[in-house]
Design a protein around this ligand. Structure first.
Ligand code: SF4
Ligand code: SF4
Length: 378
C-alpha cells in the first residue's frame, strides 16, 4: 500500500480508503470482514459520516485492539433525530453525538473531526460565526480530534474553507463527471444533471485543488465512483464504463488528494479496490474513455451560430437543430414545416468550409448540411 501525507496534519493515509456509507445496515460480521481486509492490505482510513449508532458500534468492535493502525474521519454535525439523518450546527446536539461516537468506537480520539456538509455560503457563515466553530476548535485543543476537517461538494465554498486557516482536511466529491459539471451543481442535483457535463474540468474546481496544495490542506475524496454510475456504460456520461481502478486513479491524480475513499458492501468488494496497488498502470489509465467521449461531444453543435456568416445565408444553427431533432425524434409534419420555412437549407451549402474554421466546437458543418438535405430532401 502506498501512503500519502494528509496535507500538513502529520497524518499519513493509504491512497485508497473506505467510505463507510455502504455498511450502514450491514451486520457486524460483514463490517469486521471489511476491516480485516483493510488491515491485511494496509488500508488505514475510514470515513464514518453515518449517524446510525449500530454502524459505529460495529466499527468499534471490529477495530478493538488495532484502533491505532487506523485513521478515523468522524463527522461533527451529522446526527440522528427521530430516527432520521439530520444536519445540525447546535453545539449541545454535537456534544452528545461525539460522546456517543467515542464510546461506540471504543476510543478517546478522532483523527479528523469533519464539520459535516458545508456547501452553501450561508452555511459557511453560520458555522464560522457561531459557537459551532469554537466548539470544534476546542475539540482539537483538547485532543479529542487531531485535525479539523470539513466536507463539501461545492468547490467555491470548499476553497473558502481551505482559506480559513483552521481547516486541515477537506472531504470533497471528486470524479471525472462531477469535475466537468457546472460548478454550482448542488448535491441534490447531481442525479438529474449527471449528463450535463462539458468534457472540460471546471477551472474553479482546479483552483480549489491547487489552493489546497498551496496551503497544505489535505483532500480526501468521496463519490469516487459517482455512486456507482461511472461503473456502468448505461449511466456513465462518457458513454462507456470506467473501472473502479480508473476512477480511483482519477481522484488520486488531482492536486492535494491524499486518499480516494470507496464504498464496499462486502469484504470481496474491498479486496477488489485493494487490487489498485497491484495492477499495471495501463489498467488504471482513464484518459482514453474521457477523451473519446469528449471528442464526440465537442463535435456536437451547440446551436450558437458563431460559425456565421455563410455566403449562402444558411442559418447553420437552425438547420442543424432541425436535422438533430429529426435524427433523435423522427419525422413530423411540424418539423418539416419549420425546416421548410427557413430561407436557406442544407441543399444550398456549397461546401466552402468557412463556417468550420469559425466553429469553436470543431463541428463538421458540411456533413451536417448534407445530413439535413438527405433527411428532409432539400
Ligand atoms: S456549427 Fe459550431 S459555431 Fe455553428 S452553430 Fe454549431 S456549434 Fe455553433
Ligand atoms: S460550408 Fe456551407 S454552411 Fe458552411 S459557410 Fe460554406 S456554404 Fe455556409
Amino acid at each position: 500500500m502506498i501512503y500519502r501525507k494528509l496535507g500538513n496534519t502529520g497524518i499519513e493515509v493509504s491512497e485508497v480508503g473506505l467510505g463507510g456509507e455502504n455498511v450502514t445496515k450491514s451486520s457486524y460480521e460483514i463490517t469486521k470482514g471489511i476491516v480485516d481486509v483493510m488491515d491485511e492490505g494496509g488500508m488505514n482510513i475510514i470515513d464514518a459520516f453515518m449517524p446510525q449508532p449500530e454502524v459505529r458500534s460495529h466499527f468499534g468492535k471490529a477495530l478493538d485492539g488495532r484502533r491505532d493502525r487506523f485513521v478515523i474521519q468522524g463527522h461533527i454535525g451529522s446526527i440522528l433525530k427521530n430516527g432520521q439523518y439530520f444536519r445540525t450546527r447546535v453545539v449541545r446536539d454535537s456534544e452528545e453525538y461525539i460522546a456517543d461516537f467515542l464510546n461506540r468506537f471504543r476510543t478517546d480520539y478522532i483523527d479528523v473531526g469533519v464539520m459535516h456538509y458545508i456547501d452553501l455560503p450561508e452555511d459557511f457563515d453560520l458555522v464560522f460565526n457561531s459557537d459551532f466553530i469554537t466548539y470544534v476548535l476546542g475539540l482539537k485543543k483538547n485532543g479529542v480530534i487531531r485535525a479539523v476537517g470539513a466536507s463539501s461538494h461545492n468547490p467555491l465554498t470548499a476553497k473558502m474553507l481551505a482559506e480559513t486557516g483552521v481547516v486541515d482536511v477537506i472531504l470533497f466529491s471528486i470524479n471525472p463527471a462531477f469535475d466537468m459539471m457546472p460548478v454550482d451543481t448542488t448535491v441534490g442535483e447531481y442525479n438529474s444533471s449527471f449528463k450535463d457535463i462539458s468534457f472540460r474540468i471546471d477551472p474553479r474546481r482546479i483552483d480549489f485543488y491547487e489552493t489546497c496544495r498551496r496551503l497544505g490542506v489535505g483532500i480526501t475524496v468521496m463519490k469516487t465512483f459517482a455512486a456507482g454510475r461511472l461503473l456502468s456504460a448505461a449511466s456513465s456520461p462518457f458513454g462507456a464504463a470506467l473501472t473502479p481502478h480508473q476512477c480511483i486513479r482519477y481522484a488520486l491524480d488531482q492536486p492535494a488528494v491524499a486518499s480516494a475513499l470507496v464504498g464496499a458492501r462486502t469484504p470481496e468488494e474491498m479486496r477488489e479496490s485493494l487490487r489498485y496497488e497491484e495492477i499495471p498502470d495501463e489498467e488504471k489509465d482513464y484518459r482514453a474513455v474521457i477523451e473519446k467521449a469528449g471528442d464526440s461531444l465537442s463535435r456536437k453543435c451547440m446551436y450558437c451560430n458563431h460559425c456565421l456568416p455563410c455566403p449562402k445565408k444558411i442559418d447553420v444553427a437552425e438547420v442543424t437543430k432541425f436535422a438533430d431533432l429529426f435524427s433523435e425524434n423522427g419525422d413530423s409534419e411540424t418539423l418539416r414545416a419549420h425546416y421548410a420555412a427557413l430561407s436557406a437549407h442544407g441543399s444550398d451549402c456549397i461546401g466552402c468550409g468557412a463556417c468550420e474554421k469559425r466553429c469553436p466546437f470543431s463541428v463538421p458543418v458540411r456533413r451536417n448540411m448534407a445530413r439535413a438535405k438527405s433527411l428532409f430532401g432539400f
